[in-house]
Design a protein around this ligand. Structure first.
Ligand code: DQA
Length: 144
C-alpha cells in the first residue's frame, strides 16, 4: 500500500528556509526518514508543488484511488478554498487525511491561526517539526 505525503508552496525550500522555524532538514531528508520508518510493503510517495492546480489534481487522484493522504498545505492552509473543496472529497469518500505542519501556526502571526483545511481533515498534527509527518504516518498505519 501507499501513503501520499503532499506538500504545498515553498516547502521545497526546507533546509534553508527559516530554519529557526522549520528546522534544518530538507524535504528529501524527511522523505528518507519516513521511508525508513514504515514496514515492508508500505511505500511513501512524497511530493511537493508550488502550484495549487497540481496539488488539487494529486488529491483528486487520491480520492479516486483511495490513497490515504498526509498533507502539509503550507500557506494554502490559510486561504485556499479550492484545496479545501478537494480535501472535502477525501472526507466524503472516507479516505483519511491528516493535515500536518512543522511549526505550530497558533503561536505565530494571526493570519496563520485559521486553517480552511482542518474542517475537512481527519485530524491535525502541528508543531513537532518533521516528527509531525512521522506521527501522521504512524496514525495512518494503525488505522487505515
Ligand atoms: C507550515 C505553516 C504555514 O503557515 C506556512 O505557510 C508554511 C509551513 C508549517 O509546516 O509549519 O509554509 O504549513
Amino acid at each position: 500500500s501507499t501513503i501520499l505525503v503532499l506538500n504545498g508552496p515553498n516547502l521545497g525550500r526546507l533546509g534553508t528556509r527559516e530554519p529557526e522555524v522549520y528546522g534544518s532538514e530538507t524535504l528529501a531528508d524527511i522523505e528518507a526518514s519516513l521511508a525508513a520508518s514504515v514496514p515492508d510493503g508500505v511505500s511513501i510517495d512524497l511530493r511537493q508543488t508550488d502550484d495549487e492546480a497540481e496539488l488539487i489534481a494529486w488529491i483528486h487522484h487520491a480520492v479516486d484511488e483511495r490513497v490515504p493522504v498526509v498533507l502539509n498545505p503550507a500557506a494554502f492552509t490559510h486561504y485556499s478554498y479550492a484545496l479545501r473543496d478537494a480535501a472535502a472529497q477525501l472526507r466524503q469518500a472516507g479516505v483519511p487525511l491528516v493535515e500536518v505542519h512543522l511549526s505550530n501556526p497558533h503561536t505565530r502571526e494571526t493570519f496563520r491561526h485559521t486553517s480552511v483545511i482542518s474542517g475537512v481533515a481527519t485530524g491535525v498534527i502541528a508543531g513537532f517539526g518533521s516528527d509531525s509527518y512521522r506521527l501522521a504516518v504512524d496514525w495512518i498505519l494503525r488505522h487505515a
